[in-house]
Design a protein around this ligand. Structure first.
Ligand SMILES: Cc1cc2nc3c(=O)[nH]c(=O)nc-3n(C[C@H](O)[C@H](O)[C@H](O)COP(=O)(O)OP(=O)(O)OC[C@H]3O[C@@H](n4cnc5c(N)ncnc54)[C@H](O)[C@@H]3O)c2cc1C
Length: 359
């Protein structure tokens, strides 16, 4: 096996892998990032960067342009009931995933992250490998699909919802497989300065301004729900979109819920969606992932990786509680129907929840 080595081997060059790699360089570590796809990488996403996400990117030196949004609106299916909360902090940004990826990749290259094209297929234990590996200071190795391998002190598994690092490290607890996401873009000027979440009996559709001339539509719901069929269950939104030209094909992701035993294994830390995922309903994946990237690298750089699970729990707690609470409650049809009217009657509670998720 090859003895290419770095302090950190980051598996997955999505936004959180790139952010983890940048954090690693900022901490003075050598970083090798392994990603099979050539950028800019696209993915099904609502593409809403909450104010906290924008701030975290800025801290990493990633300054990105996008369409500003100032809050969140929940909308009943036929549009007759709505509730809106404008962020008490800063604005969020709607940004195409490909643009976000390109900006992060440019910053990673600028700070000296080394990139290696390949798909990780396994994590053989390296410490038992005598000789050359030990002499090269390699504690853990990842095996690639071309038969080569790279190694280092720590593997940061940032390989998304279906993480092979999570599975290979024995940390995966499976998925309940209920909810999936699909997204498309439409050539239409945004009609509001907030992200709209439309609720129907079977799922949700959220609309994010992406530019002066384009909106993104992300639909969340059961497995195999065709995009057009889903859209028809949100008549108010379907009316808005009627006649608009689609600018991208439907792209899906899921199942969303992914459970983990722990975000840490033997010389492995999981970050981003790889570390477990609840749901996309609250548009929080990137903010939480960026915060965990910071914590994971901080713990490793301080020589205290054992602190990471506690830090991970602390950073993700509010998101896990609020998101799983909302997903579980709205499985009950009556609760689902009453959600928007109830939130409209309790604007302060709705506002507090939105602000908690936006930070
Ligand atoms: C429908 C939907 C809407 C969403 N809306 C929002 C939103 O509005 N706002 C928000 O903040 N979040 C949103 N999210 C969540 C957000 O998209 C994710 O949290 C975010 O993409 C996680 O980034 P990541 O880098 O951890 O994973 P990913 O973006 O999935 O990146 C993983 C990377 O790992 C690579 N990889 C995979 N396997 C391997 C392997 N074996 N070897 C090497 N590399 C590998 C992949 O090629 C990919 O580049 C949404 C999610 C969905 C599904």
């Amino acid at each position: 096996m090859s003895s290419t080595r770095a302090d950190l081997i980051v598996v997955g060059g999505g936004p959180i892998g790139l952010a983890t790699a940048i954090e690693g360089r900022r901490a003075g570590l050598s970083v090798l990032l392994v990603e099979p796809r050539i950028g800019p990488v696209d993915k099904a996403c609502g593409e809403g960067l909450m104010p906290g996400t924008v701030a975290a990117l800025q801290r990493l030196g990633v300054h990105i342009k996008g369409a500003p949004f100032r809050g969140i609106r929940y909308v009943a299916p036929n549009g007759d009931r709505t509730v809106t909360h404008r962020f008490s902090t800063d604005v969020g940004l709607g940004v195409r995933r490909t643009e976000l990826h390109a900006a992060l990749a440019a910053r990673a290259a600028e700070v000296g992250v080394l990139s290696h094209r390949g798909r990780v297929v396994g994590i053989p234990t390296a410490r038992s490998a005598a000789g050359a590996n030990a002499r090269a200071g390699i504690e853990v190795m990842v095996e690639l699909d071309d038969g080569s391998a790279v190694g280092g002190n720590w593997v940061l598994g940032c390989d998304g919802l279906h993480s092979i690092v999570r599975r290979e490290s024995g940390l995966a607890l499976g998925s309940d497989g209920r909810r999936f996401g699909i997204r498309r873009h439409a050539a239409l000027a945004p009609w509001t300065d907030v992200v709209e979440v439309h609720w129907s009996a079977k799922g949700e559709a959220y609309v994010t301004p992406i530019s002066d001339t384009e909106v993104g539509i992300a639909v969340l719901g059961p497995r195999g729900w065709p995009f057009d069929e889903a859209l028809a269950t949100f008549p108010a939104l379907a009316r808005r979109l009627s006649g608009a030209r689609w600018t991208t094909p439907a792209r899906g992701a899921g199942p969303l819920r992914q459970k983990v035993a722990s975000p840490i294994g033997d010389r492995v830390l999981l970050v981003g969606d790889a570390a477990g995922y609840v749901d996309a309903l609250t548009g929080e994946g990137l903010r939480i992932g960026l915060a965990c990237a910071h914590e994971a690298v901080r713990c490793v750089a301080a020589g205290r990786p054992q602190d990471y699970p506690r830090r991970w729990r602390s950073v993700t707690r509010e998101y896990r509680w609020l998101t799983s609470g909302l997903v579980t409650t709205t499985r009950v049809p009556i609760a689902r129907r009453l959600l928007v009217p109830t939130a409209a009657r309790l604007p302060r509670i709705f506002g507090a929840a939105v602000d908690a998720l936006a930070r």
